[in-house]
Design a protein around this ligand. Structure first.
Ligand SMILES: [Zn+2]
Length: 271
């Protein structure tokens, strides 16, 4: 059995020992029909920090396409399988639509975490082998989960709007700091619209959400919250990680390491 210094915790197929490594932090965004300016603000801020984000796409976007073409970001899909979806009338149409726009996508996370066995099997049938389709807020030692469908599931560790739904403020505290630095996957899920307007809760979101699809850089300047919010909290997260000497990785690099671990590969290739 080959070990890997930076291995994320791995639950072996035989239920035996986990391998606990450093936290594996990956920054992701659910596009949720955000305007190109919102996508640009989110991506450019992260790229300026040397972080390669993963964007889960919902629609055709020239700006998103330009980042993919430049190989600057990882791209995933954000299927909307709810009634009234503009992506298709059933799972196959939705997946075909999104993968037609972004054939480079290697991971899926559904809008609203929509999931069931039939849908997951269709995601596999469309060629994807990873999803991030569940949320385990604040759970230490999150490990990749091998699903019966053949998909490897990477649960979300923190999500911006769940943070406010839990009644929490966007101010770093010791409890969050300690949880953030435990071993395991630390997938951060941020919405560009929340980031761009530095949303601080449901009330502020109600004010700005109508601008999601059309927001310009000028709108962001005029309507962004100046106090603590999603964007400032993300900066606090990065400061906390810097203090703990924990580097942020990308989905591409994490996947490459994960697939290089032979014991994982044998378990995670059920077909
Ligand atoms: Zn969504």
């Amino acid at each position: 059995m080959r070990q890997h210094d930076n291995c994320t915790p791995v639950l072996r197929g035989d239920g035996q020992a986990t391998t606990l490594g450093k936290p594996q932090v990956i920054v992701t965004g659910d596009v949720d029909w955000a305007s190109d300016a919102l996508i640009e603000r989110f991506c450019d801020d992260l790229l300026a920090r040397g972080i390669r984000p993963t964007l889960f796409a919902t629609h055709r976007s020239d700006r998103l396409r330009s980042y993919v073409d430049a190989d600057a970001i990882d791209i995933g899909i954000h299927p909307n399988c709810f009634d009234g979806s503009d992506q298709g009338k059933d799972a196959d149409e939705v997946l075909s639509f999104l993968l037609g726009l972004y054939p480079e996508a290697t991971i899926s996370r559904s809008h609203g975490y929509y999931d069931n066995s039939r849908f997951a099997a269709r995601v596999f049938a469309h060629g994807l082998r990873y999803d991030s389709n569940t949320c385990h807020i604040g759970l230490p030692a999150i490990a990749p989960i091998p699903m019966w469908t053949g998909i490897t599931r990477l649960p979300v560790f923190w999500e911006d709007d769940i943070h406010w739904a839990q009644g929490k403020r966007f101010v770093m505290d010791q409890a969050f700091r300690e949880t953030l630095t435990t071993p395991g996957l630390k997938i951060l899920d941020i919405h560009p619209v929340h980031y761009g307007f530095n949303v601080d809760g449901a009330a502020h979101y109600e004010v700005i959400k109508a601008m999601t699809c059309t927001a310009t850089h000028d709108d962001l300047r005029r309507h962004a919250n100046a106090g603590p919010g999603v964007a400032t909290f993300l900066t606090s997260i990065f400061d906390c990680l810097d203090d703990a000497k924990i580097a942020v990785t990308s989905f591409r690099d994490w996947k490459s390491r994960f697939e290089s671990i032979s014991t994982c590969a044998s378990i995670w290739s059920p077909r």
